[in-house]
Every structure is written in structure tokens, then in C-alpha cells.
Design a protein around this ligand. Structure first.
Ligand SMILES: [Zn+2]
Length: 236
């Protein structure tokens, strides 16, 4: 009996409540999320649309991304999860030798959390449309535009989706936290992990940067000296 289950599910290197990691071949690791670890469902996906061209020659629609694009995301997510979640956990468990043995291995996330799906948003000139990958499905975030945007949200899912006292996700992704992605990128050393995805076009980045800035600008300290010190607070 144990042989049968071992062949179907290779012995995991690390098995946590939310995911497990194992050798999927002689030289590649796979990270598999466990059922129930998701905040997504397909009702959040964009509606099915025909690719229509408007009278100014523009398109604006979403289509499913092909599997190679999704694979790129899953490889990137797997690589950072290995570095920032799996290796530290193995070291914490006293498995430093195992950790160093897998540090440079090829690794991929087997699949996105259940209910997530990668789309390509096509816009502008229909002859040479702008194409942006959008990961849809989260009930909290409209879409994620890169594996690096999604990674902190994925970690939040893996950590059991902790909430703040106000019921909002206690998540460090750019959308939940309001921090610009460039700060997260720098803090997490995402770009140092190697082959980065092509940067988004300037227009998109600056537009989003402005949006985020609104919520990230430090709130100035209240100037209590301007309170009505002369009037009593009426608590008598
Ligand atoms: Zn988030």
C-alpha cells in the first residue's frame, strides 16, 4: 500500500499544511498547493468576449493566455517560493543540508491556486495590439500583472489568509498593502533572482504608480497644537 501511494505522490522534501514540494523528475522540483488554499473563483474572471474592432481600429478584450505564458509565471513563482519560503523553512527545521542541496534546482509551481487563471488583455491598435498578462480570480484583487505582483499575495494565501481587524487581507501585495510594486521589488530582491520579465510599458507603469502613490504617501502627523486649546472639552 505504501509503495502505491509513494509512486503516485513522490516523497515530499517538505510537506506543510498549505503546500508540498517534491522532485517531479530527476532534476526538477515541483511545488503543489493543497486544496482549499485559495481566495479565488472563476466568477471573478472577465466575461467571455468576441474580439471586436471598434470604428477607430482598436480592440479591448481578454483571452486565455497560452500554456507557455502560464508556465513562465509558474516557474517564476516556484523559484521565489523556493528561495523565500521553502529554503528558510527547511533551515528552521534543521534541514540545512537538504536546503543547500535544492537551492539551485529548477522548480515550478504545478498550478495557480484553484480559481485563478491567466489572461492576456489585448488593447489599442488591432493590427499591433498591446498585450498585457492579467491573472484573474482573486475576490480581493481585480488582477495581478506579473508573477512578482502576485507572489506576496500567494504567500498570504499559503499563510492562511490572515485578516486585519477591519476584515481586509493582511497581505503585503501591492494591491492589498497600497505599497508601490517597485518598493516591494526592491525589498524582496525580486530582480536579483535572475531572468526578469520584460518591464511593462512606461505608460502603464506611471499610471499605476500614481494610483498607488496616493495610498502610500506618508500620512502627516496630526498637528495637535492647532486644536482648540482655549476651550474646555465639555466633559464636565
Ligand atoms: Zn494581496
Amino acid at each position: 500500500m505504501s509503495f502505491a501511494s509513494a509512486s503516485r505522490h513522490p516523497q515530499p522534501i517538505l510537506d506543510t499544511p498549505s503546500f508540498r514540494i517534491f522532485w517531479s523528475s530527476s532534476d526538477a522540483l515541483a511545488i503543489e498547493l493543497k486544496p482549499g488554499f485559495t481566495d479565488a473563483n472563476s466568477s471573478q474572471w472577465p466575461p467571455e468576449q468576441e474580439r471586436t474592432v471598434d470604428d477607430r481600429g482598436r480592440v479591448n478584450y481578454d483571452r486565455y493566455a497560452d500554456s507557455s505564458k502560464a508556465r513562465f509565471w509558474k516557474n517564476k513563482l516556484g523559484k521565489i517560493l523556493l528561495r523565500d519560503t521553502v529554503i528558510p523553512e527547511l533551515i528552521r527545521l534543521g534541514q540545512a543540508a537538504v536546503a543547500s542541496g535544492i537551492r539551485d534546482a529548477s522548480v515550478s509551481l504545478i498550478d495557480f491556486p484553484h480559481g485563478y487563471r491567466l489572461f492576456i488583455h489585448e488593447s489599442q491598435d488591432h493590427l499591433a495590439p498591446r498585450t498585457d498578462p492579467y491573472l484573474h480570480g482573486s475576490v480581493y484583487v481585480n488582477h495581478f500583472r506579473s508573477p512578482f505582483e502576485f507572489l506576496p499575495h500567494l504567500e498570504w494565501i499559503i499563510n492562511g489568509q490572515p485578516k486585519k481587524p477591519d476584515g481586509k487581507p493582511d497581505c503585503q501585495c501591492t494591491y492589498c498593502s497600497g505599497k508601490p510594486q517597485k518598493y516591494i521589488h526592491a525589498e524582496r530582491h525580486f530582480s536579483s533572482s535572475g531572468d526578469d520579465e520584460k518591464p511593462h510599458r512606461k505608460r502603464s507603469r506611471s499610471r499605476r504608480g500614481r494610483q498607488n502613490k496616493k495610498t502610500y504617501d506618508p500620512i502627516p502627523a496630526k498637528d495637535y497644537t492647532k486644536l482648540n486649546l482655549g476651550t474646555s472639552s465639555g466633559t464636565t
